[in-house]
Design a protein. Structure first.
Lengths: 657, 154
């Protein structure tokens, strides 16, 4: 009964999404306020029905209703409650409902927080979002009904894939989806701009906070996913250039370019067509990501769908969205030309250069991700493109991006003097290179990549300090605290996010340069040495989990005579799927992780053990947190709210007169 | 500089940046492609000697042997027609088992022993790595074609 109610709610949501997709657009075209006003209640009602459907689906998981096929294949009576709830999105059908729910949440957020938008513009934004929602809801209902009944019902479920039974997996998909889907808002704003022909600084200002918040979610989602891979997959890597990771990284790269391009459009009115094109492509990348991950063209832990009609449906949706928006762009974009001119030495051109490089980097990731699939689809052979390709392209492409990223804020808009900038920054640049070289010698690993990485990090840190000091010097006389408070939130956001990249680079460079690792067999009582730490293998005991059995090893870690910690890695066997799993144990400290994973038991009674020393690895995630915080600060800037208040006031005035 | 020449310089600069970046990407791509070969390909000497490549198939039953250090493993990867001996040092994926699908990446030694640097197994019980499935399908299709050809000759 519950499942049927959920199904009905989903159908009603589809009906409402179609209303939202058509009526406001017609209203905007004929300038009829009554029709335009339908968009909001339609969007809000839709959210209500989707949430209801989602709750129903969750209910079938919690109550272990194994007459629903989805619950039967992804849950189990013994699954811990939290994994019953998260298991809802640990599969193809449920994750689609989550997708639709995120989109609906964003849409309702737009109706609430952008109340001040002109009515025809809002109507078009809601119309575009309605079409996307209709596309995904119909996809869910037609090809992947989550409420499909299993007749006859089975007595016991098959449990959630043990890899997904992990706290990181609780939040990774929702964060990632909020990011992916959030770019739909930027996309809808861009399409609405093309439809109205209105695309000015005010437009960019409306669009900016939405884009930034979507980017924050995506950043957080990717970071959590990477953290999950690090501690769950059991071999100490944090990024694998796996097609599924690339699928989330492509919209991130383009989204980063979009945020910066929007900044130029807002401040200077330039880059208009480029901004629109980026908004379209960023969302297309989100759809492409969904297609890659969900269609089953890639076999990985994420690919749930193996039914080819599903892949075709998403592909058709993708082609339709990209096709229609590009045609619209080609037709309307010539009207958008204009905007401020600028010279070679200006903040605009540094942002333009970084935009070009980020776009090429996205293209490089796309080539490496899609080309093997493309060859395979045409039966031209099987190839794979691994991390060496991505590393060989990313290091040279990102080096100028990172250098320019710190130059840009020092350069004036429109026109500046190259000599002035050189005078201000050349010493910092030289000091950075010297510091990078010195640090590489200090850690005893002098390769060009290490020197480059550390120099870039030093450059980001030094330039950040210089930037802050320059900004603080603006208001002499005031107290330091007052001066800091005087700086707008968006500036702090920029500063923090850029600083985060510096921290991130330190983490990556150190891990790539001087991490240590050994695989060996150990028996109780034996010790091993790695990176100055002594590992003593104490014992192995059997433990019982709620839905698994495990062998848990006890390993003491000491530095010299001093006991540091006791690590307890496990080898688990999950009952329902008879699937073995490695559960690593990590001792985290600011400057390093010590990471131990337990392998197989050998015939002679000893165990395979992998020991890792990972210097500065936490800095990778601290860097991501700073980037995310930067985004939050940027989106919280007062001027977005002030503008809203002004417009509301102006609107009230109009109505009274 | 005149505005017109400035504009040209800016456009030229952006274009040069773009072309340079694309050239870099394409060269890196060319150099880092990893091709895939079936065990039959390798047995018939169609695999490159110097370059790293991938082999997919089933881990042959009874072929996993651990050396005295416990960490070096030897096994054979088969597409049911041919089997290629593989050696690998390191920890194996959780789902690496005899009779199950696996993909290995590495280089072929002069002695015909494949030195794997990476071993990939499936993520859960539901599916096979695509490349492993492909190798087996291909070998079986060939075997059937061979059988058909034999009956025609008889």
């Amino acid at each position: 009964m519950i499942a049927e109610l959920g199904h009905l709610a989903l159908i009603l949501a589809l009906v409402l999404s179609l209303v939202q997709a058509t009526v406001p657009l017609v209203g905007a075209n004929r300038n009829r306020l009554a029709l335009m006003a339908v968009g909001r209640p339609a969007a809000q009602g839709q959210l209500l029905f989707i949430v209801f459907a989602y709750v129903c689906l969750t209910w079938t998981f919690i109550t272990s209703d194994f007459s629903v096929a989805l619950a039967a294949s992804n849950s189990h009576t013994a699954t811990p409650l939290i994994y019953k709830i998260t298991g809802v999105w640990g599969n193809h059908e449920g994750s689609l409902v989550l997708w639709a729910m995120s989109l609906s949440l964003w849409t309702v957020a737009v109706t609430i927080f952008s109340r001040n938008l002109p009515e025809p513009f809002m109507a078009r934004v809601l119309g575009v979002l309605g079409w996307i929602s209709a596309g995904f809801l119909s996809f869910t209902l037609v090809t992947s009904n989550p409420f499909h009944r299993l007749i006859p019902a089975v007595a016991e479920g098959r449990d959630l894939n043990p890899l997904l039974q992990d706290p990181g997996m609780i939040i990774h998909p929702p964060l990632l989806y909020m990011g992916y889907v959030g770019f739909a808002v930027a996309f809808a704003f861009a399409i609405a701009a093309l439809l109205t022909g209105r695309m000015d600084a005010a437009w960019a200002r409306w669009s900016r906070p939405w884009t930034t918040i979507a980017w924050v979610f995506l950043t957080a989602g990717i970071a959590v996913g990477s953290g999950w891979a690090y501690y769950e997959l059991g071999w100490g890597g944090w990024w694998f250039w796996d097609p599924v990771e690339n699928a989330s990284f492509m919209p991130w790269l383009l989204g980063t370019a979009l945020m910066h391009s929007l900044a130029v459009t807002e401040k200077r009115g330039a880059f208009r067509s480029w901004t629109i094109l980026l908004a379209i492509s960023t969302f297309s990348m989100s759809l492409l990501g969904t297609f890659l991950v969900r269609s089953g063209v890639i076999t990985s832990v994420h690919a749930f769908a193996t039914d080819p009609t599903r892949g075709l449906y998403i592909l058709a949706l993708l082609v339709l969205v990209i096709g229609v928006s590009l045609v619209l762009f080609a037709w309307r974009a010539p009207k958008l030309s204009g905007g401020g001119t600028f010279s070679l030495a200006s903040r605009e051109s540094s942002l333009l250069a970084n935009n070009v490089l980020l776009a090429v980097a996205t293209g490089a990731v796309m080539l490496g991700t899609l080309y093997p699939l493309f060859l395979d689809a045409l039966n031209l052979g099987k190839i794979s493109v691994g991390p060496p390709y991505f590393e060989a392209t990313f290091v040279p492409l990102m080096t100028p991006v990172v250098i320019l990223m710190m130059v840009g804020p020092f350069v004036r808009w429109k026109n500046d003097d190259i000599n002035r900038i050189m005078r201000r920054l050349s010493v910092s640049l030289i000091v950075s290179i010297a510091l990078g070289l010195g640090a590489a010698v200090l850690i005893g690993h002098v390769t060009w990549r290490t020197v480059l990485g550390l120099s870039l990090a030093a450059w980001v840190l030094i330039a950040s300090i210089k930037l802050l000091m320059g900004r603080m010097a603006d208001r002499q006389g005031a107290s330091a605290g007052a001066r800091m408070r005087g700086i707008p939130a968006s500036w702090w956001g920029m500063w923090l996010a850029h600083l985060g990249i510096g921290i991130f680079i330190i983490g990556v460079t150190m891990v790539e340069s001087i991490d240590q690792h050994v695989d060996m067999k150990m028996r109780p009582g034996q010790t091993a040495q790695l990176a100055g730490y002594t590992f003593t293998f104490r014992s192995v005991e059997g433990v019982q989990g709620p839905n698994f059995d495990a062998a848990r090893a006890t390993i003491d870690v000491a530095r010299g005579e001093r006991h540091m910690t006791t690590l307890t890695p496990e080898k688990r066997l999950y009952h329902a799927q008879q699937m073995p799993m490695t559960e690593v144990s990590i001792h985290v400290r600011p400057l390093r992780d010590v990471y131990v994973s337990l392998g197989d038991r050998l015939e002679d009674g000893s165990w395979l053990v992998s020991l890792y020393y990972k210097p500065f690895i936490s800095w990778i995630w601290v860097g991501c947190i700073l980037m995310g915080l930067g985004g939050i600060f940027a989106a919280a800037d007062r001027r977005y709210r002030k503008l809203a208040e002004r417009r509301v006031a102006a609107g009230a005035l109009q109505q009274t007169t | 500089m005149k505005p017109r020449t400035k504009r040209l310089a800016l456009l030229g600069g952006a274009a040069a940046l773009f072309v340079g970046a694309i050239a870099l990407v394409l060269t890196a791509f060319q150099q880092n492609l990893v091709f895939f070969h079936t065990p039959t390909d390798v047995a018939e000497g169609r695999a490159p000697a110097e370059r790293a490549f991938r082999i997919g198939g089933l881990v042959e039953e009874g072929s996993i042997v651990r050396e005295a250090d416990g960490v070096t493993v030897r096994f054979a990867i088969t597409d049911t027609a041919q089997a290629i001996p593989v050696t690998y040092r390191g920890s194996l994926p959780d789902l690496f088992q005899e009779g199950k699908g696996a993909v290995v990446q590495g280089k072929l030694g002069p002695d015909g022993l494949f030195q794997a640097s990476e071993v990939l197994a499936k993520h859960d019980e539901n599916y096979m790595p695509v490349e492993a499935q492909y190798a087996i399908d291909k070998a079986q299709a060939q075997a059937q074609a061979q059988a058909a050809a034999d009956t025609v000759q008889k």
